[in-house]
Design a protein around this ligand. Sequence first.
Ligand code: NAD
Ligand code: ZN
Length: 366
Amino acid sequence: MQPQSKLVVEHSAGECPIYIDSGWLPGIADAIGRSTPRCAVITDANVEKLYAAEFFQSLNQQSSQCVLLTIAPGESSKSLDTAIDLYQQLLSAGIDRQSTIVALGGGVVGDLAGFVAATWQRGIRLIQVPTSLLAQVDSSVGGKTGVNLPSAKNVVGAFWQPQEVYIDTKLAGTLPDVEYTSGLAEVVKYGAILDDHLFASLESRVEQLNRRDPQVLVDIVLRCCQLKASVVKRDERETTGQRAILNYGHTFGHAIESVFGYGKYPHGHAVSIGMMAAARLAQAMGRVDEDFVERQCNLLTALQIPTRFPAERHAEVIEVMKHDKKAIDGHPRFVLPRGMGHGELVEGVSPDKIADAMQRSAGGSK
Ligand SMILES: NC(=O)c1ccc[n+]([C@@H]2O[C@H](COP(=O)([O-])OP(=O)(O)OC[C@H]3O[C@@H](n4cnc5c(N)ncnc54)[C@H](O)[C@@H]3O)[C@@H](O)[C@H]2O)c1
Ligand SMILES: [Zn+2]
C-alpha cells in the first residue's frame, strides 16, 4: 500500500523517510514486517490495549520473529530502570545487531525505545511509529532519544536517527482530550514561529481539527514534519542555536510545569500559556502588534487549549522565572515572534518585561 504523503529528513548519517496516511496501521505493520526479519516492538499498556493485536496480526503475516515488550504508561517509565528491564528482555528474545526496534507509542515510548535502540549492542536499527499527536509532529522526528533522572528531565540520551517513521493520523482519534490538545499546542507553535500559511490554515480548519478529521491531520502533520525536518537539517545537534527556535513558549512553559509539578500540568498546555506570555512580551518590545496576540489567543482558545494559568499561582511562576539563571541574567535567550510565522532568538530581555508578560498571562482557571 502506498501512503498518501511522504517526506525525507536529511541528517548527518543519511536520510530518514517519513510516511503519513490515515487508517493504515495494518499497512504500516505489513511494510515493517517485509523489511525486518526480527524485531522487538516496544509499546505502553494503553497503546497495547488499543492497537497491539491489529499491529501484530499484520506484522506476523510477514515476519514470525517479533516480540512485544510493554512498559507502564507515563513519564515515569522514561527511566534507566525501565531501560535495564528492556535490555534484559531483548537479551532473552535474542534481539541482535541484525534486528530492529519498533517504537509504537507516544513520546515516552519513542524517547525510551530510541535510547534503547541507540545503546543496545552499540546501536541497532530503529523504526518510529508515533501514536500521539505530539509524537507525530515533534518527538519522532529529529533523532533525539533519552531518559530522565529522578531529578532532571532528558539529561541522559543520544542522538539516534530512526531508519523510517510511519504515521497513522487516525490513531489521534483515541487520544484523551488533554493529550490531543497538548499536541495541537505544538502544531500552533510551528505556525506562529515558522509558517504563517500553516497558521492561517489552522484558523480555517478549527472545526475539522476539533473533531480530529484524519485527512486534515495528514495535511497538518505533514507540514509540521517538513518544518521540523528543515530545522533539524540546519542544526541537527542543537549546536548553532537554530534548533532552539522550536522552544517558542517553552521557557515560560517550563516555569509553569515546574511550579505545578512536571507531568501534572500537560506540557502542551504549559507551552500554550507560555506562547501567550512570549507573544505579550514580543508586543511590549514592539516586535508584534495587537493583531498577532489576538490571533494566537483566538486560535488556541478555538482549539480548546488553555491560554491562562490560575491567578493564585502567578506569583510563584514569576518567582521561578526570576530565578531561572538562563532566562534572566547570564545569557537570557527567548524565542520571540517578529510578525506571524517568524520566530527569532532574542537575548538580553529585561526581567521586568518578562515578569509583566507573565503576569498578564495569569488569571484563568485550570
Ligand atoms: N525527542 C524529542 O525530540 C522530543 C520532543 C518533544 C517531546 N519529547 C518527549 O515526549 C514525551 C511526551 O510525549 P507524549 O505527549 O506523546 O506522551 P506519552 O507518550 O506519555 O503519551 C501520552 C498518553 O497518551 C497515551 N497514548 C499514546 N497514543 C495513544 C493513542 N493513539 N490512543 C490513546 N492513547 C494514546 C499514552 O499511553 C500516554 O498515556 C516527553 O517525555 C517529552 O520529553 C521528546
Ligand atoms: Zn514541547
